[in-house]
Design a protein around this ligand. Structure first.
Ligand SMILES: *Cc1c(COP(=O)(O)O)cnc(C)c1O
Length: 406
């Protein structure tokens, strides 16, 4: 039942982009001899991910070594706190920071980090969050331009968010109710106060500051850049570019603050974090994901993505009227990406309809973009899949142009 090999055979006439056969056959579910096809039984659609690391699309596929670690740890008991201790120490060493913990994702890291800042070492206070904030600090300050939906993870701790624009406003807003300053790394260039200056203000007033770097690897250096810049807490998603377990993330930073965050996390009951459980599988999987990620040939990854993106872009360009644009977002999802626009008087399909056609084809392909463009990345594809995507994009746009697909 080797579905994947069949698909690849069918497109064998397309150029290989210097990939080896083992690249093409890396880690697909179809390569394993599973006794049951669970998604098929359930009628759940699987697809080629040309969209990127979206939670709703299950974001990323863990590296095979991560899956091995998950399977290994599923078969034996350990003490959860002892495992967090040991994995935390190892992560801190690898990521050049004081301390680390594995969380249930970046959003969880934001909540636990905030809770830790509020309670400090006083475990009794953990029970108060979020409904009885008597005697606790209740304000977190951020720049207006940094306020996104994920800031809800801060408000889970019963605190109010104070928005500021300028450095002057920030310094004025700081008072004895201020628990923390929060920064959204992806919006560094949108706010008036840049990262280093933000840290400088936090230090001046001795207030903990956190940087949300959830989607900000690659580049790999970001894993230590911001703790070294002086942010007291930094968080990452485990299941985006790191390709660890999708339900895991990292909270990195100062020893006392990580210890305090852990007080607010499972296995401790009566905490805001009790519902954000990570078990041995995610904890070990996250560690292994970091080990694998640090050892990757990042340049080779980049070259592969560039070649994949170019192949899809060329396939689109061969349809007269298409304007492909290859771009790399500066921060967050910093990978080669494609934006396809076309002259809709010549190619009679909207980007929304093209996205639907890709989704409803076989194999199904997920892409993103708005009403103006069809957008794609290749970094979450299994190498080789870019050829299927290139072919389908060419077919759909050619059809709509009334010409023969190339
Ligand atoms: C994805 C994301 C999060 C949430 O990450 P999870 O690991 O899914 O919890 C938080 N902040 C930003 C900026 C993100 O991009």
């Amino acid at each position: 039942m080797n579905k994947r090999r069949e698909i690849l055979k069918g497109i064998a006439t397309l150029p290989l982009l210097g990939l080896t056969a083992s690249d093409l056959l890396a880690r697909p579910a179809e390569e394993k001899d599973f006794n049951r096809d669970f998604f098929k039984e359930l009628g759940v659609r699987t697809f080629i991910n040309a969209a990127g690391t979206y939670t709703a699309l299950t974001a990323s596929l863990p590296h095979p070594e991560v899956i091995d670690a998950i399977n290994y740890s599923a078969l034996q008991f350990v003490n959860l706190e002892e495992l967090q201790d040991k994995v935390g120490e190892r992560l801190a060493e690898l990521l050049k920071c004081e301390a680390a913990m594995v969380t249930a994702g970046a959003a969880s890291a934001i909540t636990l980090g905030t809770a830790g800042v509020i309670t400090g070492a006083d475990f009794a206070k953990a029970d108060q969050i979020p409904t009885d904030m008597t005697g606790l600090k209740t304000e977190v300050i951020m720049q207006k331009a940094h306020r996104i939906g994920y800031a809800h993870a801060i408000r889970n701790c019963g605190v109010k968010i104070i928005e500021v624009g300028t450095r002057k406003e920030l310094e004025t807003a700081i008072n004895d109710k201020t628990a923390m300053l929060w920064f959204l790394n992806a919006n560094n260039f949108l706010g008036k106060i840049k990262d280093t200056e933000f840290v400088e203000v936090a230090k001046k007033y001795n207030i903990p500051c956190m940087n949300d770097c959830a989607a900000d690897v690659p580049p790999v250096e970001n894993l230590w850049k911001y703790t070294q810049m002086g942010f007291d807490l930094v968080c990452f998603s485990g299941g985006k570019g790191l390709r660890g377990p999708q339900s895991a993330g990292l909270l990195l930073g100062k020893k006392d603050l990580i210890a305090a965050a852990r007080k607010n996390a499972p296995p401790n009951g009566s905490t805001v974090g009790r519902g954000m459980k990570v078990n041995k599988e995610e904890i070990l999987g996250m560690l292994v994901a970091i080990e694998v990620y640090l050892n990757r040939d990042h340049k080779a990854d980049w070259t592969l993505w560039e070649n994949q993106v170019k192949m899809i872009s060329d396939a689109a360009l061969s349809v007269p009227g298409v304007t492909p644009e290859i771009h790399v977002p500066e921060v967050a999802n910093h990978v080669p990406s494609i934006r396809l626009r076309w002259d809709q008087t010549k190619i009679k399909i909207t980007p929304d309809a093209a996205r639907d056609a890709l989704r409803n084809g076989h194999p199904s392909i997920e892409t993103v973009g708005g009403s103006e463009s069809l957008d794609m990345t290749t970094w979450m594809m299994i190498p080789g899949e870019e050829r299927i995507v290139a072919k389908r994009v060419n077919e759909i746009l050619s059809d709509a142009a009334g010409s023969t697909p190339k």
